[in-house]
Design a protein around this ligand. Structure first.
Ligand code: SF4
Ligand code: SF4
Length: 170
């Protein structure tokens, strides 16, 4: 497993993100057979290559959503009231979702890239980057967005592109 080089990653994104997003749109418009089975294999491969502890770009550049259960669990873990936690760290967006205020996230240890509330972290963080969430097409807007932040998502799309020639249209 190679450490993530964020500088090189950002250079690749600048050059290829547009083409990768167009590719994802083509996949959704004409999904190949065995798409999700292929993605399950790709997911395994991606995590053999990408080391999140050398990256933490999602914790630095994105803002997770906190469900009500997340707020209850995490505030209790920190010995705070739910209201005090919300007031200190979150804001309500236009869809009435509680979103983290800070970037990088206040729970990220900048020296180790570790999450200081890992055991109780928000479910959004625990399932990020949602590579095997089904159906794939429902997560397309997130994958399209996450290409620019997440080297694992980027690698997933790269690998899918490499393999698509061997997949048959449905
Ligand atoms: S809660 Fe933890 S995993 Fe989630 S963004 Fe913050 S540091 Fe990262
Ligand atoms: S999930 Fe993506 S952005 Fe987050 S640490 Fe792992 S590779 Fe980096």
């Amino acid at each position: 497993m190679q450490p993530v080089n964020l500088r090189a990653f950002h250079a690749k994104v600048k050059k290829h993100a547009k083409g990768m997003r167009a590719f994802l749109t083509r996949v959704v418009n004409k999904p190949p057979r065995k798409l999700e089975a292929t993605l399950a294999v790709i997911d395994q491969e991606v995590w053999q290559e990408v080391d999140c502890l050398s990256c933490a770009n999602c914790c630095k550049k994105m803002t997770p959503t906190f469900t009500d259960k997340d707020v209850v669990r995490i505030s209790k873990h920190l010995g705070m009231t739910k209201a005090a936690f919300q007031e200190k760290w979150l804001y309500l967006d236009r869809s009435d979702d509680w979103i983290n205020r800070r970037q990088p996230c206040q729970f990220l240890d900048g020296k180790t890239n570790m999450c200081s509330i890992y055991e109780v972290r928000p479910s959004d963080c625990a399932s990020f980057p949602h590579l095997t969430r089904k159906p794939f097409t429902d997560y397309l807007p997130w994958h399209r967005q996450n290409i620019q932040y997440c080297p694992a998502t980027y690698r997933m799309v790269e690998k899918l592109r490499e393999r698509l020639a061997t997949l048959q249209p449905r």
